[in-house]
Design a protein around this ligand. Structure first.
Ligand code: MN
Length: 749
């Protein structure tokens, strides 16, 4: 085979750098020296030079020269993640093997085995960014595998994604949504598990900005408006503490920052509260400089609580018992003299570095580890997840996994006093599976703190747990509702599937006997159709119901006879179509009541123009003009319009990205839409009347429906109203807020 001449490598031997690139390089080297223990200037300079030469002539979507992307990624690796100089070199070259004629072999010859190995790993995790049809779950598995091999691979991937997210506004909207969704569902939870809180928060905010730009802008604006009063409050709060700490010769830094935008948004949604009641929840952090030790954190705690009253239930000591990702800190919430709650975190500088850089900070302590290093523990945990048989559906696996990534942890003990970490909400069954899968399968009962308890009992911090096992497998399908860990869930699910198969096999035997007695012969295909006719998902489900006694085999026999006598399953298709038509009719009915006009294709621009494509609005999220929207081409060619922050839309983006279509609201819209509003307030006579009046008289709109529940003097109602657009809806919300007795009004999702 003829070897392709490699001009890039030829040029690498001879070509120097221009003055702009020389500046770029010296800036990068400075960041390296500021953050890393050891820097091989020569290695990084050569990597930078190859990076520049190999990408010469290429541009990014923004129009900038391409090499600026790997350069920025390398800067993130050097500063935010601070791993080592080989990772910085690998970051500079992370796109060369994939995108240029430089081969992995070239890299190995020029930069050695380790750099080549890392780049190989990064190249293999082909994310959606590079190839559109990569399924998310698959990417995820690859990430996990590479993590278990070399954690630096994943850290570079984080940096790569972070820079791509920071520059995402240059891409077309469909692409933005797809990347943001993947980042939110994959990268953010993983960064969280890594303890990379800064990176995770930035991921979330950047994604949120893409998925729900209006809410993002709203919160960002509000935060700017409140900046001054927030800062003066922090100054006032800290002033006596600062004075006292200085008098006692502490060396320290104090930071007070609001929560990140996405977490404020989630809180608003979860608690159904407006921004004003959430925004001032922020944490103040006291960081003790070297050579302060952990015991000094308690001294600071005591100084703070001399001044402000602590809430005892909110005290958490992550110094004595660090989180699995290595996080250490003292947490407390105190109340000021004016009754405001403030969360205070106290930690040393070293703890703070670990809190911001997470497991990456442990990279350098890798040598001489005895299994207690959080990084080793994490890798062990990844291997463990991969070793356990996965459920059939890869997506289910990802879901469980994400759940485990976000969960808070509790600490419990074995009878020998060994510490085990479990997610919050874990039961004795989870604990049993955590010890060993065989213990889980044979578990009969449990003793918590010496007392017999049912297996499904949830565990609390500090519980000492003993599992009592029998000789036989005692797994119970009902356990699926009592377990939260991935390990336990996948075992129980497996068991359920096996049980169902057994029961279905019995059902099939019962049918076969009945069929031969009645001298009926029927093919597997025909059976499936009969099953569908009888409203089962599959023949398997039908047999399961027969096997478990929930469906009479004689009814199946009758159905088969009837269909056979009508002649070879004819009419099936027709009836099925009828069913579908009814569904369509229902949909039409919904549309005509929900929207007063007809959908003639005038209120939306599809791919930038008014078109004759038929479209309908998704029932799940009810978009109205002003909402960010996207369209999905349905199987019959119609377009379905969703709000871009709709959960179902996210799912579609992941599974059927090629069906996304760009839609925008046309400027003039004549027709009305309907929006739902949630109202909370004090219940009183005439309240509903007042609401109706406000709508019809001052807002000139009509209410389609109202659902109300009132309980111990409180009123909660969902109003559905006709609106022109988002602006109109917001005006209505503002107006309803002024109705006497109303405490809270918000758009109902
Ligand atoms: Mn890249």
């Amino acid at each position: 085979m003829a070897k392709v001449e490699n001009h890039i490598i030829e040029r690498f031997e001879t070509q120097g750098l221009g003055s702009v690139q020389k500046d770029d390089l010296s800036q990068l080297l400075k960041i390296c020296h500021d953050n890393l223990d050891h820097v091989d200037d020569e290695l990084i300079s050569r990597a930078f030079r190859l990076c520049y030469i190999s990408h010469e002539g290429e541009n990014r979507a923004s129009g900038e020269p391409f090499y600026l992307h790997p350069l920025e990624v390398a800067k993130i690796v050097a500063s935010d993640l601070a791993i080592d100089d080989e990772s910085v070199a690998a970051a500079l070259l992370h796109d060369t093997v994939e995108d240029t004629s430089v081969t992995l072999n070239d890299i190995q010859n020029l930069f050695g085995e380790i750099v080549a190995h890392i780049i190989d790993g990064v190249t293999k995790i082909a994310g959606v960014f590079e190839s559109r049809d990569t399924k998310q779950a698959e990417t995820f598995m690859k990430m996990l595998l590479s993590m278990a091999e070399d954690i630096r691979v994943v850290l570079i991937k984080f940096a790569d994604r972070l820079h791509n997210m920071r520059t995402i506004h240059h891409l077309p909207r469909e692409k933005q949504l797809k990347i943001a969704t993947e980042t939110m569902e994959l990268y953010a939870p993983l960064a969280h598990r890594f303890g990379l809180f800064k990176v995770k928060n930035e991921f979330e905010d950047l994604c949120f900005k893409v998925m729900d730009p209006n809410s993002y802008k709203f919160i960002a604006r509000k935060l700017r408006e409140k900046k001054e009063s927030r800062e003066s409050f922090i100054r006032e709060f800290m002033q006596p503490i600062k004075k006292e700490l200085s008098e006692q010769n502490f060396k320290f830094e104090i930071k007070g920052r609001p929560k990140h935008i996405y977490s404020i948004f989630k809180k608003m949604q979860r608690q159904q509260k407006p921004f004003e009641e959430i925004y001032d929840l922020f944490a103040i952090r006291v960081i003790l400089e070297e050579p302060h030790k952990k015991e000094d954190c308690w001294r600071v705690y005591s100084i703070i609580t001399d001044w402000y009253t602590p809430i005892p239930q909110r005290f958490r000591d992550f110094i004595s018992v660090p989180k699995a990702n290595g996080y250490q800190s003292l947490h407390t919430t105190v109340i000021t003299q004016k009754g405001r709650k403030v969360e205070v975190q106290i930690r040393t500088r070293r703890m703070d570095v670990i809190a911001e850089k997470g497991l990456a900070a442990h990279w350098k302590y890798k040598e001489g580890s005895d299994g207690t290093n959080p990084l080793d523990k994490f890798i062990h945990w990844v291997r463990d997840v991969l070793d356990n048989p996965r459920p059939d559906a890869a997506t289910e696996f990802v879901k469980d996994f994400q759940l485990n990534l976000y969960q808070d942890e509790i600490y419990v003990f074995t009878p020998d006093g060994e510490l085990k970490t479990l997610p919050q909400g874990a039961s004795c069954i989870d604990f049993a599976f955590e010890i060993h899968s065989e213990i889980g399968e044979r578990a009969m009962a449990a003793k918590v703190n010496g007392k017999m308890v049912p297996l499904r009992q949830k565990l609390e911090v500090g519980d000492q747990v003993e599992i009592i096992t029998g000789n036989k497998i005692n797994l119970n399908p009902d356990w699926i509702n009592d377990v939260v860990t991935h390990k336990a869930k996948s075992r129980v699910r497996q068991f359920i599937k096996k049980k169902e198969r057994e029961v279905a096999d019995e059902g099939r035997e019962i049918w076969q006997k009945r069929a031969s007695r009645g001298k009926v012969k029927i093919s597997e295909q025909e059976l499936t159709r009969v099953a569908h006719k009888l409203n089962f998902d599959s023949a398997q489900e039908l047999f399961y119901k027969i096997g478990s006694g929930a469906f009479d085999v004689n009814d199946l026999f009758k159905a088969v006879q009837q269909i056979k006598s009508m002649g070879r399953f004819e009419g099936d298709q027709k009836e099925e179509r009828n069913e579908k038509l009814t569904e369509d009719e229902l949909q039409q009915k919904f549309i005509s009541t929900a929207r007063s006009g007809s959908d003639t294709g005038k209120d939306l621009l599809i791919n930038g123009e008014v078109s004759n494509v038929k479209y309908t609005y998704a029932n799940c999220c009810n978009p109205i003009p002003g909402d960010e929207v996207i369209g999905f081409i349905s199987r019959n060619g119609d377009v379905k319009i969703h709000r871009s922050n709709c959960k179902n839309a996210h799912h579609l983006i992941q599974t059927d990205s090629e069906r996304i279509i760009d839609v925008k609201w046309a400027r003039t819209i004549g027709q009305q839409f309907f929006g739902a509003i949630k109202v909370i307030g004090e219940d009183r006579v005439g309240l509903v009347n007042d609401l109706t009046d406000v709508l019809s008289k001052s807002m000139k709109t009509n209410m389609k429906s109202i659902n109300v529940s009132s309980d111990s003097g409180m009123f909660e109602g969902i109003l559905t109203v006709y609106v022109n657009d988002l602006d109109h809806l917001e005006k209505i919300i503002d107006r309803i807020k002024k109705v006497p007795g109303i405490k809270n009004v918000m758009r109902y999702e």
